[in-house]
Write a protein that binds this ligand. Structure first.
Ligand code: UDP
Ligand code: MG
Length: 139
């Protein structure tokens, strides 16, 4: 069993897509073991995306991610990290496979509706960034 962090980004929350995206997660057989809505400050968004601090899109990305509420969840399942990445699709919605969340709902490479940890290492940073052990349901 593996755990990964999922985020429904401000562009999707704003368009009322929370229910549809959570349903997709459950339909795919990933188990939601923690869930909440939060609004990150700019500083918190910079902390979350610290690995991207040197990238040209960092300032715009952290403005966007702190622009409105997000829904954060911890998903559990066999190969949850890779499975959630596949369900999301490529970073750029224009390049994403048909049927993926980013292809279906993403607006552009920045406002791409969802986030998922890309490795066990990033999940180990990202899950505790939002959730304490007490906030995650045990099997
Ligand atoms: N992003 C962007 N421009 C880019 C690449 C990424 O605005 O050229 C944003 C986008 O919202 C993406 C996030 O930065 O989801 C993190 O980038 P990463 O390369 O980690 O993509 P992801 O892991 O989300 O697919
Ligand atoms: Mg990433």
């Amino acid at each position: 069993m593996e755990r990964t962090l999922a985020i429904i980004k401000p562009d999707a929350v704003e368009r009322g897509l929370v229910g549809e995206i959570l349903k997709r997660i459950e339909d795919e057989g990933l188990r939601i073991v923690a869930l909440k809505m939060v609004r990150m400050s700019k500083t918190e968004a910079e902390g979350f995306y610290y690995v991207h601090r040197e990238r040209p899109f960092f300032s715009s990305l952290t403005d966007f991610m702190s622009s409105g509420p997000i829904v954060v969840a911890v998903l559990e399942g066999e190969e949850a990290i890779e499975r959630w990445r596949r369900i999301m699709g490529a970073t750029d919605p224009a390049q994403a496979d048909p049927g993926t969340i980013r292809k279906t709902y993403g607006i552009n490479i920045e406002r791409n509706s969802v986030h998922g940890s890309d490795s066990p290492e990033s999940a180990r940073y990202e899950v505790p960034f939002f959730f304490s052990r007490l906030e995650m349901v045990n099997p």
